[in-house]
Design a binder for this molecule. Structure first.
Ligand SMILES: [Zn+2]
Length: 70
């Protein structure tokens, strides 16, 4: 069902890790939003950064959390 959305029919050339990144960047529906500032985290499940409460957060908020925690 996603065949038509892949640029240049390059779907088969993408390795699995690439899929996640591509999806995260191109599918707003699966885009992970920061639980603190509601900005897209630019991440997907595999490399999610989490707050001290275990919520997915963006890089900026992650850095903030780190600096607060110290
Ligand atoms: Zn954030």
């Amino acid at each position: 069902m996603t065949d038509n959305t892949w640029p240049g029919g390059r779907r088969k050339a993408l390795y699995q890790p690439e899929h996640g990144k591509w999806n995260a960047l191109n599918y707003p529906g699966t885009r992970q939003l920061c639980s603190l500032c509601d900005e897209p985290t630019g991440r997907c499940e595999d490399d999610t950064m989490r707050s001290s409460e275990g919520e997915p957060i963006c890089e900026d908020c992650f850095v903030e959390e780190e600096s607060v925690a110290k």
